[in-house]
Design a protein around this ligand. Sequence first.
Ligand code: NDP
Length: 285
Amino acid sequence: MQRYAVIGNPVGHSRSPFIHRHFAAQTGIALEYERIQAAEDSFADTVRGFFAQGGRGLNVTVPFKEAAWRLAENHLSARARLAGAVNTLWMEDGQLHGCNTDGVGLVGDIRRLGVELRQRRVLLLGAGGAARGVLAPLLEAGCARLHVANRNPLRATELCTHMARELPRHAATLSAGALGALDARDGQWDAVINATSSSLGAAGLALPDGLYAPGALAYDMMYGALPTAFLQQARGQGAALLADGLGMLVGQAAASFAIWHGAEPGVDATLAALRQELHRAAASA
Ligand code: NDP
């Protein structure tokens, strides 16, 4: 049986096994998909051991995406190279390869929601690993403007400087600043994407009123059985369409699955099943 896994620390919460088993049932591919918790100092050995024992592919989650990038440094996809982080590993001709599918997952989910990014003004909140992974795919989707706002503004500036250097044709589209300096006078945004981990707390972010243009999308990369703190706040501040990151999660998994198996699974049925599973788990907790 082909073996796959998600590796992280912690990893017990990961929905990847559910998603990949659902894809496997959909496409008729026989596979095993497990969770592997690696200690911080043994990530590289754990990865090597997995592939040495015949493992076929790994998804990588917090806190190892940058370490995975370094491990696969000689065989990175363009997306992974730009992101500086890897969430998908596999062996090809005896060499470890890496890709980052987070951005494809996000952009695909926004399209699935019926929202056009071309020529739109997008506000990205956060400058951590998740923001790094989605920045280039958002630019490639044709945004008219993309502003990155972070609690620590230096991180936002560094990220945008790096991306402008790598993708000079998009440099004029990009800007960076402090989360605390956001002002409705900067203009209204067609999409506000939360890539901070602030929704882990109940309070959400201190965002000013007036950020959302008519018809705007509020998207939180975090997800749960209930609307996140960011989405509750966005509803109160006039966002027209609210979405959490469950569709992004399934979308990035579908892109990993396609890399490993050469077969593109449908996202909708798996997303519906996962949403149901989240509600079931919350009700029985
Ligand atoms: P990181 O730890 O790399 O970055 C965290 C980011 O959140 C930083 O920008 C940090 O700002 C900011 N932040 C944290 N707490 C606060 C706060 N209280 N107020 C304002 N800003 C805050 O995490 P990731 O980038 O890996 O993940 C971010 C989120 O995205 C998580 O919720 C994660 O679950 C989600 N995610 C979802 C995915 C999906 O498929 N749906 C995929 C990947 C991530 P600062 O730099 O100032 O510290």
